[in-house]
Design a protein around this ligand. Structure first.
Ligand SMILES: Cc1ncc(C[n+]2csc(CCOP(=O)(O)OP(=O)(O)O)c2C)c(N)n1
Ligand SMILES: [Mg+2]
Length: 351
């Protein structure tokens, strides 16, 4: 019996908006001018938050903070595609997702200042707590997707994580279950080339991260993660597929962490300045500005006005964060279990 080929696979790479601001028209998703402006404004807000958070941390006004500079298109483009009823599972580097979905800015600052009230999600948002433990929210997202399928609810669970998370057992277990049960879940990996000081080539021997989905029986697609339109389109397609009952999708957004891992890290000790410089010209924000400028949707005056509005919103949020009275210690029990355990009830009573 001659050998037969039992499986072959291909991974598509999607890119729509190039570094000069030109788009591949046939691939361009149907977005109105107003929607494109909202995407741009969300990216500016995310970058403004990021810059201010770094400055506040240096002044001792925030705890450790993980910057998102360079990853704004991956975060805003994906979050923009969601319906309000979808379930959001962020990791620790998803400021752009939170801001795009309307998470209160002062609470985001409060969280990074080390106050647990920063994790109290307003009732109208389906956002799970920030997951700092790498990849452990992937099975949680899969569990919620299972519940949605069981209840025949059209909501989709969406989890964001990094390249490093794809080496975790949680990733593989979650992917396996998502594939077996064809669950309505979208996995969004921001492959920012580094997991603290571990470069991608030490993370995996695979050509792409996207191909890992294929081993679990569902589609993996790679996109230019600095291209807000490609990320938006891939996420929209994946959400549609999940809502149709056609199961999960894994989206690998190829991007770059422009700054240090966190304020507790110095990336200059382990990566070459030339590498960082090469990614500078792929800046997701500049690329979108160039596109909008060409379409008559951007001007210096408009850009300045958007930045001024973002700065004003951030200033107000910082004021609110710093004016928050100290928490009542008993409040912490309210955010743990819906029905307190006997021990929790006793501890709350003692307090
Ligand atoms: C379970 C676990 N192990 C180790 C850490 C320490 N840690 C924090 S971030 C990180 C690297 C994560 O890399 P990646 O998944 O690529 O995400 P990125 O930080 O690049 O956004 C590690 C090892 C952790 N938070 N959780
Ligand atoms: Mg990473």
């Amino acid at each position: 019996m001659p050998e037969e080929v039992r499986a072959t696979f291909a991974v598509r790479h999607l890119s729509i908006l190039d570094e000069n601001g030109n788009v591949d028209e046939p691939l361009m998703p149907p977005l109105s001018d107003a929607e494109i402006r909202r995407m741009y404004e969300a990216m500016v807000l995310a970058r403004t938050f990021d810059d201010r958070a770094l400055a506040l941390q240096r002044e001792g006004r925030l705890g450790t903070y993980p910057p998102i500079r360079g990853q704004e298109a991956a975060q805003v483009g994906s979050a923009f595609a969601l319906a309000p009823s979808d379930w959001v599972f962020p990791s620790f580097r998803e400021t752009g997702v939170h801001l795009t979905l309307g998470y209160p800015i002062d609470r985001l600052f409060l969280y990074w200042a080390g106050d647990e009230r920063g994790q109290i999600t307003p009732d109208h948002l389906n956002i799970f707590p920030v997951c700092v433990s790498v990849g452990t929210h992937i099975p949680h997202a899969v569990g919620v997707a299972m519940a949605m399928k069981y209840r025949q609810d059209p909501a989709v669970a969406v989890a964001w994580f990094g390249d490093g998370a794809t080496s975790k057992g949680d990733f593989h277990e979650g992917f396996n279950m998502a594939g077996v049960f064809r669950l309505p879940v979208v996995f969004i990996c921001q492959n920012n080339q580094w997991a603290i000081s571990v470069p991608l080539q030490r993370q995996t021997a695979a050509t792409t991260l996207a191909q890992k989905a294929i081993a679990y029986g569902f589609e993996g697609v790679q996109v230019d993660g600095n291209d807000v339109f490609a990320v938006y389109k891939a996420t929209t397609d994946a959400l549609d597929r999940a809502r149709r009952g056609d199961g999960p999708t894994f989206i690998e957004c190829v991007t770059y962490r422009m700054a240090d891992h966190t304020t507790a890290d110095d990336a200059a000790r382990y990566r070459a300045p030339e590498e960082v410089d090469a990614w500078l010209k792929r800046d997701p924000l500049i690329r979108l500005e160039r596109f909008m400028d060409g379409k008559g949707l951007w001007s210096t005056a408009y850009g300045d006005e958007v930045t001024e509005r973002a700065v004003a919103a951030i200033d107000e949020a910082i004021r609110q964060m710093e004016a928050a009275p100290p928490p009542d210690p008993t409040e912490m029990f309210a955010q743990t279990l819906a029905t307190p355990s006997p021990r929790q009830a006793r501890q709350a009573q003692e307090l």
